[in-house]
Design a protein around this ligand. Structure first.
Ligand code: PMP
Ligand code: GLN
Length: 381
């Protein structure tokens, strides 16, 4: 390719899913639900396609979805969002992240990233010419300190990229942590790009707190969401960004030459879905919480040390109890080939100081699949 920024390995999710298929393993690696998604949302999409709603929609997104997103912000977080100027629909959160970083970063700008981090972040920061500065979260609670932020922020900091709830660590940031972060963002006159795709998947009565809702942060944050996570429809790739016009405009400029638009029929179905009743949103978290407990109990019984999971549909397990040799990816490959169960090495979410004994399991699967995986692990260890 001739560009160092694009000279990249194949993403770990694709690598492990292919390996899993090859070995006919139970795939608890790549994060995707194995259910069909809400029937009424599917129905709205099918009707929209058949009724002919299939041409380019407006570049910013269909009015119905933008209005639904403004209403969603008000309903869940008390945010007052202007659907005409403060909402952009993208082809998945992946595009939202890419457009946000390409739109906001100038070459040489510093970007604060928290490790572990989702695998698309660093390549896009680099592609935009940004200079990454890392904060390494400390297991098992994935905490950070004021001193960590002092070391990462500088007068060159343009933005911080935060993922809350955090994949793969399953951490939900506390209000105190968000306040500390907000203090630094304001002190260094920076912005925050907030990847909140798991906003509706939080456990044990927790509340998700968008950084945007903290004092002084409304006009410094872009908030990113994904219908893939909120409606268990990862293949649809309907994502969205909300934020003040001065931040959103450059993102929209990047978006117009990345994908330009996102399928209108799917947007209409997501607009409908965002209006579903409270029981739907509560049920998403409670259903997944039960699955978290089911898999975590099973893994513990097999001998894994299981870390807490406060949100997302992932749980991290420490494999040290198995007399492990220090290479988490090799461990995951062996587990796939020999035990018939696939997980993702957590080291893949780090660029430095990677822990080497953590692996991530996805529990957004039918109960019999989770039980089958635990059964295979029990037989293997
Ligand atoms: N950010 C995080 C933290 C994710 O886990 C995912 C899920 N793959 C994405 C972004 C991408 O979301 P989408 O599928 O909507 O592009
Ligand atoms: N977000 C999903 C995960 O963390 C995977 C998405 C992808 O395959 N790129 O597993």
């Amino acid at each position: 390719l001739g560009r160092r920024e694009l000279d990249l390995p194949v993403t770990i999710f694709e690598v492990m899913s292919r390996l899993s298929d090859e070995h006919k393993a139970i795939n608890l690696g790549q994060g995707f639900p194995d259910e069909r998604g809400p029937a009424d949302v599917l129905d709205v999409a099918a009707k929209a396609i058949l009724e002919g709603w299939n041409q380019y929609p407006p570049m910013m997104g269909t009015p119905d979805l933008r209005q639904a997103l403004a209403a969603h912000g008000r309903r869940f977080y008390g945010l007052d969002i202007d659907w005409k100027t403060e909402v952009l629909v993208t082809s998945g959160a992946t595009e939202a992240l890419t457009a946000s970083l390409l739109g906001l970063i100038e070459p040489g700008d510093e970007v604060v990233l928290f490790q572990p981090m989702y695998d698309s972040y660093l390549p896009i920061v680099r592609l935009a010419g940004g200079v990454p500065r890392f904060v390494s979260l400390k297991a098992p609670d994935w905490s950070f300190t004021r001193a960590d932020l002092e070391a990462a922020f500088s007068p060159k900091t343009k933005l911080v990229l935060i993922n809350d709830p955090l994949n793969p660590a399953a951490k939900v940031f506390s209000r105190a942590e968000l306040e500390l972060l907000a203090e630094f963002v304001q002190r260094f006159d920076a912005f925050a790009v907030c990847d909140e795709v798991y906003e509706h998947i939080v456990f044990d009565g927790r509340q998700h707190i968008p950084l945007m809702t903290l004092p002084g942060m409304r006009d410094r944050c872009l908030k990113i969401g994904s219908a893939g996570k909120t409606f268990s429809l990862t293949g649809w790739k309907v994502g969205y960004v909300t934020g003040a016009p001065h931040l959103l405009q450059p993102v929209a400029k990047a978006h117009q030459y990345i994908t330009f638009t996102t399928p209108p029929n799917l947007q209409t179905a997501v607009a409908y879905g965002l209006g579903k009743d409270d029981a739907y949103f509560a049920g998403l978290s409670s259903g997944l919480q039960a699955k978290r407990d089911r898999l975590a109990d099973g893994l513990r019984a097999v001998g894994f040390e299981v870390l807490p999971s406060a949100g997302t549909y992932f749980v991290v397990a420490d494999v040290s109890p198995f007399g492990f040799d220090g290479n988490d990816e090799a461990f995951c490959r062996r587990l796939t080939a020999e035990a018939g169960v696939t997980a993702i090495p957590v080291g893949a979410f780090f660029v430095q100081d990677a822990p080497r004994s953590f692996i991530r399991f996805c529990f957004s699967k039918r109960d019999e699949i989770l039980d089958g995986a635990v059964e295979r692990l029990r037989a293997y260890f």
